[in-house]
Ligand binder design. Structure first.
Ligand code: ADP
Ligand code: MG
Ligand code: MG
Length: 251
């Protein structure tokens, strides 16, 4: 599904990613871990096509198609979802209306007709029940006064409704409380399927107790320095990131 070959990326001409290789197939969950500042969020942004980041070298294929020149919107329409795509507050626009617009824009970009109102309602009902989202929440203004947990709920609801092929969840801050963590984990687990793939980015092993990844990669100083199975996350929890630093410096 996603094939990344030797990508290098800069922000404001500062080198951040220095040769990343990554292959994500349908049905897989990958976790990307690594110390603060190692380039995890940069990698997520580069895959999603945020324009602040310059891809200076390498190849990025999504379902066999070169996406490196596409803008973020185009990539989203192809089925790449990055969490916190829409962290903005929009007073007067409800969670539901926002997602309706996003769905119909995606359909339009893919040459499909708008979703019929009754079909949309059915989808909303189905997904909100699956994720145990209160109907009242859906009529609230987007992100306005949302708590951390509510922001997560909104993000996971967007993901569920858009049914992306590849979801990238960047759990940026350490501020995630246990409730928010469970919301994300339950959502991902319920939406995992043979046809989609998830990349979870996290600084902490904690989230991976709830979302069990097929592969774990450690990003350090802009490179993936180690890959393994879920056991690697446990090893990191036990030994900390200094262990990786020592291994890398002894190479
Ligand atoms: P992580 O998500 O692993 O904590 P980031 O990808 O956020 O790492 O950051 C990697 C490096 O890029 C850090 O050294 C950070 O300071 C730098 N960086 C990130 N965003 C910017 C920016 N907008 N301008 C300048 N430097 C940045
Ligand atoms: Mg950081
Ligand atoms: Mg980050």
């Amino acid at each position: 599904m996603l094939k990344i070959k030797n990508i290098h990326a800069n922000i404001e001409s500062k080198k951040i990613l220095r040769g990343i290789n990554l292959e994500v197939n349908k049905g897989e969950v990958h976790a990307i871990m690594g110390p603060n500042g190692s380039g995890k969020s940069t990698l997520a942004s580069v895959i999603a096509g945020r324009e602040e980041y310059d891809l200076t070298k390498g190849e990025m294929l999504f379902e066999g198609e070169d996406i490196s020149e596409m803008d973020a919107e185009e990539r989203a329409h192809k089925g790449i979802f990055l969490s916190f795509q829409y962290p903005i507050e929009i007073p007067g626009v409800s969670v539901t209306n926002f997602i309706k617009t996003a769905i119909n824009e995606t359909r339009k970009a893919n040459g499909q007709e708008e979703m019929k109102a009754n079909q949309m309602l059915k989808l909303i009902r189905e997904k909100s029940e699956l994720l145990e989202i209160d109907r009242k929440f859906l009529s609230r203004s987007l992100n306005e006064g949302f708590s951390g947990g509510e922001k997560k709920r909104n993000e996971i609801f967007q993901m569920a409704m858009l049914e992306p092929k590849l979801a990238i969840l960047d759990e940026t801050d350490s501020g995630l409380d246990i409730d928010a963590l469970r919301i994300v984990a339950n959502g991902v687990n319920k939406l995992r399927s043979e046809d989609n793939a998830v990349v979870v980015i996290t600084h902490y092993q904690r989230l991976l107790e709830y979302i069990v990844p097929d592969y774990v990669h450690v990003l350090y100083d802009g490179k993936i320095v180690k890959s393994g199975t879920k056991d690697l996350a446990l090893e990191l929890e036990e030994k900390g990131y200094d262990w990786i630093k020592q291994e890398v410096s002894s190479l």
